[in-house]
Write a protein that binds this ligand. Sequence first.
Ligand code: UDP
Length: 262
Amino acid sequence: MTFDPPSIAPRIDVLGVPVTRLSFEQLLLRLGKALQENGESGSRSDYYTYVNAHCATLAAREAPYRASVSQADVVYADGIGVVWAARLLGGPCPERINVGPSELGRVVDLCAQRGASVFLLGGAPGIADEVARRLVAQRPGLRVAGVHHGYFAPEEEAAVVEKINGSGAALLIVGLGPPKQELWVSQHLAALQVRATWCMGGLLDQVAGAVAYPPDWVRRNHVQWLYRLVVEPRRLWRRYLLGIPEFIGRVVHQRLRPERQT
Ligand code: UDP
């Protein structure tokens, strides 16, 4: 699909990941266009994902994940660390895009306005159902075409893709967490008959109320990582306490020796 400015914003290489320089409003514009136009000519699904310090470090280490993220049409900067790194390595990045419950609300409002249905994939059994129930309760105009949990075996993958395609959904929201979600999407992108696919990590857990969502002041002050560390220390200590220094070290290394990157 071709796309007019501002979506052709240049990208900045952060640890091998091409970070797209765009704002949330520009991303919504792109989604609106994809919902309207993709698929009409039997074309393709737009693919959006995000990168934060944890993802970028993972991408620097793992080539298959790096390749699957790089395949996305939009890789937005989900953490302030990536915004700063992008500035240091290439130029300004308009903003940090952190898709929380209110941003998800904007996304599904857009779907409701366009008559585009949504499929939710990810989380423990019951999570996507609860998210669908909550979203539809707030927006009677929204159609959730289907849901599926994120703990399926490799031999069930074809059936999951069939369920998504059979649902007629226009937007597929994938919450399998990195790197699984990007690896899964790039493996199945060609077979998916949706107009857009958007990776949203652990957001479904937060919208379902299974995991606490940080208050606004935490997001505003860019200490969401610290909040999440306090809420889920056993799962996340390694990611943040070891990952953040590694991210900084790798960014400084890229800045000093760009040709040696990854
Ligand atoms: N998850 C899943 N299937 C898996 C592994 C993880 O559905 O095989 C889900 C998990 O239940 C959680 C999310 O993926 O909802 C984890 O996302 P994470 O918090 O790691 O992503 P982030 O939002 O930090 O990028």
